[in-house]
Ligand binder design. Structure first.
Ligand SMILES: CN1c2c(nc(N)[nH]c2=O)NC[C@@H]1CNc1ccc(C(=O)N[C@@H](CCC(=O)N[C@@H](CCC(=O)N[C@@H](CCC(=O)O)C(=O)O)C(=O)O)C(=O)O)cc1
Ligand code: HCS
Ligand code: ZN
Length: 755
């Protein structure tokens, strides 16, 4: 390692990988379905990587991340890199098949668990580490991608997830704590450093986002010892440790105390120039300044970003301009959105535009502002125009929120509501229901695509969706479910659907972002005050209710989830925006009730996801998030039953907040954690209705009646029968119709057997 490595000036921390037109999604799904062979898949992947590398170099990045491409997920790739796939897939000889078996399971093996990547809407696969995991370096993928970039003359910087993040996010199997295996993992990283140096890497980026969470003293000590140890490797690239999604807080001093050559810091999500100035030990290092937001889509305030970078230059040896995190979390380019109105468009920057912002800032920082004066002036004008735009403020909504009485988000005591609701609904004990969506068949998506292209008109679209609703109602009546749903066929997505109908939001046509594996979402852009110009769901639900005497649940997405899965405005506190969305949903509940709907479910699967990463910030978040939900659900009368639904997370830290939501019935993912959530709810005095998911909808496997009876018996050990509901873990939109019918038939039979 040379004493002074060549530094760089402009970079991003990682790239999206699905392809600008979701080419990778289509290729992988084609490979799974046997439509294309592995070579065709690999060719698509290579073409996407090469296009991206070339574009990055052309745009002027002088260090380009390599290795952030993935067929499914970067944590899974790291498990492959370290030989840490679970034994149950070891017998699968074909590498690609083994990889996808770990990712999504097959008829014989269970996949790895999936969970949210910090506070984002991206899901990673959770590595399983035991005392026996036999780590073994397999650098094939990373080295191949590095060589691929080198052949194109790209100044490539390999990226790997660091050992502390890898182990802290892993799940211990047996009694073992993954962190106990840290010392066993370090020689592999040391070996990797040497391999990368020999292939020509001048720098390596080691991602340690876990450093922005609260760490124990011993973990902090590991930060210093691990990275100091890495610097002792004789033949290695310069080391850049990357943190993102927050400030590394005390971990920064530990890194500063080592001889690593650089640190990447997120100045959008909390790190400050003072944090850097306070650590003289950083003076000799490269600071990669994440001043361009990698997670949101607003055009950067170049004046402010440049001020930050310039100040840093005063206290560091060198400064590179960068995005705050990988571009994984934003769409590829604004070029794909010709329909966005020009004024609004000028406020935005997607992936490609962010790369340009980075190079503009790097030029300004290192060469002077003259060369980019026009760009800086244009950004300033766009920001000013956004600030002054009348659509940002809706006086009526603000006045309505101001005028709300202090008790407006409270309902009568739960027991009073319960008797009223039971008298009105007359449900049996252990009522059966589903979470809302039924399979989103190709037929449904094609109808929507045809509507978009103008091949069918709105009346025809409505006719087809009504036919879907009628089928789903008939199916549920046939199965003997007690509380029915309309099946959500008309929804492209449970957030986008609402955003498309609310003022203050902008929906994109092609702004796809990976959520997990090949599944993508198009987060709407929340740019201004939110208002509901007209009812959003009443016609569909009323139609469904007209087909049956059983109660049909109105189905809405809650304010916290709408925010979590949108690009949110950055010019006011999120809690204020949440109240505006809460008010819009409240109006919808009132209209549903007026239309004769007696049960309304308001989904909040993202309640846990938005929980701040540091303990100190959690109480304030829980206060506003619970408040926004209560505002959304307290406009109806006490005889209307409010349900909520939570999934996709470990609920431990939000269990008190779930009780605080005060929903009459909460359906909650529980099957995979064997109903443990019920004990947690009991521990916080939860006494409302609860529907712990009795089977896992993430797998195509049909649960038997006996299995569901066993789940229900486990639930009955924690919850009295008069509070227990029977439902799957989550919606059924990603499942096939045949599986759904069989599974629900067994679920209804299991409930009947226990009654
Ligand atoms: C519950 N989850 C959600 C999250 N975030 C959201 N914003 N929404 C969610 O529901 N986060 C946590 C989880 C993540 N889970 C999932 C599960 C499934 C998907 C998924 O299936 N995504 C689809 C795209 C869904 C969609 O927007 N559909 C649109 C457009 C459909 C489309 O691509 N049409 C084609 C033409 C028709 C065809 O050939 O199928 C086209 O336009 O080219 C719609 O239905 O109209 C996916 O395909 O990835 C996401 C997150
Ligand atoms: N009502 C939604 C919730 C998903 S979390 C559904 O059933 O798909
Ligand atoms: Zn769910």
């Amino acid at each position: 390692m040379a004493d002074t490595p060549n530094t760089f000036t402009a970079t991003v921390l990682g790239f999206p990988r699905i392809g600008p037109n979701r080419e990778l999604k289509r290729a992988i799904e084609g490979y799974w379905a046997g439509r294309i062979d592995p070579v065709a898949l690999q060719n698509t992947a290579r073409d996407l990587r090469i296009a991206q590398l070339t574009a990055a170099k052309t745009a002027g990045l002088d260090s380009v991340p390599v290795g952030t491409f993935s067929y499914y997920d970067q944590m899974l790739d790291t498990a492959v890199l370290l030989g840490a796939l679970p034994d149950r897939v070891a017998g699968i000889i074909d590498e690609l098949q083994r990889y996808f078996a770990a990712a999504r399971g097959n008829a014989e093996v269970e996949p790895l668990e999936m969970t949210k990547w910090f506070d984002t809407n991206y899901h990673y696969l959770v590595p399983e580490i035991s005392a026996q995991t036999a780590f073994r370096l397999d650098e094939t993928k990373l080295v191949a991608e590095l060589r691929e970039a080198a052949e194109l003359g790209i100044p490539a910087r390999p990226v790997v997830i660091g050992p502390i993040t890898f182990l802290k996010l892993a799940k211990g199997t047996g009694d073992s704590d993954p962190m106990a295996r840290l010392d066993d993992l370090l020689p592999l990283y040391e070996q990797l450093l040497t391999v990368l140096a020999r292939v020509g890497a001048e720098w390596v980026q080691i991602d340690e986002p876990v450093l922005v969470t609260d760490l124990s003293e011993s973990d902090l000590a590991s930060v210093r010892s691990v990275y100091q140890r890495f610097t002792a490797v004789a033949e290695r690239p310069a080391i850049l440790v990357a943190t993102y999604f927050g400030s590394p807080g005390p971990a920064l001093a530990e890194l500063a105390a080592t001889d690593v050559e650089g640190v990447a810091l997120d100045f959008v999500a909390g790190t400050t120039v003072d944090d850097v100035a306070a650590l003289p030990a950083l003076t000799g290092k490269l600071v990669v300044a994440g001043v361009v937001d990698g997670r949101n889509i607003w055009r950067t305030d170049l004046d402010q970003a440049l001020a930050t970078a310039s100040t840093l230059l005063g206290s560091s040896r060198s400064v590179a301009v960068a995005t705050s995190c990988s571009l994984l979390h934003v769409p590829y380019t604004l070029d794909a959105e010709p329909d966005i109105e020009p004024a609004l468009r000028s406020w935005l920057a997607f992936g490609a535009e962010k790369i340009t912002e980075v190079t503009t800032l790097a030029t300004a920082l290192h060469t002077g502002t003259d060369a980019v004066a026009t760009d800086i002036a244009a950004a300033r004008a766009a920001r000013q125009a956004r600030h002054n735009d009348s659509r940002l403020r809706n006086g009526t909504v603000r006045a309505r929120l101001e005028a709300l009485a202090p008790g407006a988000d409270r309902r009568a005591p739960a027991d009073e509501r319960r008797s009223l609701q039971q008298a009105g609904l007359g449900l049996p004990t252990l009522p059966t229901t589903t979470i809302g969506s039924y399979p989103q068949t190709t037929q449904i998506r094609v109808a929507r695509a045809e509507l978009r292209k103008g091949a069918i008109d709105r009346a025809e679209y409505q006719r087809r969706m009504r036919a879907e609703i009628a089928d789903v109602i008939e199916l549920q009546e046939g199965l003997g479910l007690d509380v029915l749903v309309h099946g959500e066929p008309e929804r492209n997505d449970m957030v986008q659907y609402f955003a498309e109908q609310l003022d203050g939001f902008l929906a994109t046509q092609h702004g796809w972002v990976q959520s997990y594996g090949t599944r993508c979402v198009r987060p709407p852009i929340l740019f201004g005050d939110v208002a509901r110009p007209h009812p959003m769901t009443v016609d569909w639900i009323s139609y469904a209710q007209s087909l049956t005497d059983k109660p049909v649940k109105g189905m809405l997405t809650g304010p916290v989830t709408i925010l979590a899965w949108s690009f949110v405005r950055d010019d006011q506190p999120l809690g204020d925006t949440a109240r505006q969305v809460g008010l819009a949903i409240r109006d919808e509940t009132v209209d549903l009730q007026r239309a004769g709907i007696r049960i309304i479910q308001v989904d909040e699967p993202a309640l846990r996801e938005l929980l701040p990463l540091r303990d100190a910030d959690k109480p304030a978040y829980l206060e506003w998030s619970v408040g926004a939900f209560r505002l959304a659900t307290s406009g109806v009368s006490d005889s209307t039953q409010i349900h909520t639904h939570l999934c996709y997370s470990e609920f431990g830290e939000v269990i008190g907040a779930i009780a605080g939501l005060d929903a009459d019935v909460t359906s909650i993912e529980a099957a995979r954690s064997h109903m443990e959530v019920l004990d947690d709810l009991n521990a916080v005095g939860f006494h409302l209705g609860v529907g712990p998911g009795v089977y896992d909808i993430h797998s195509p496997r049909v649960p038997s009646v006996d299995e569901i009876v066993a789940s229900l018996r486990a639930a009955l050990a924690a919850v009295p029968a008069d509070r227990l509901w029977v439902n799957p873990d989550c919606g059924l939109k990603t499942r096939a119709t045949d599986e759904v019918i069989e599974s629900l038939r067994n679920m209804v039979e299991a409930a009947a057997a226990l009654r």
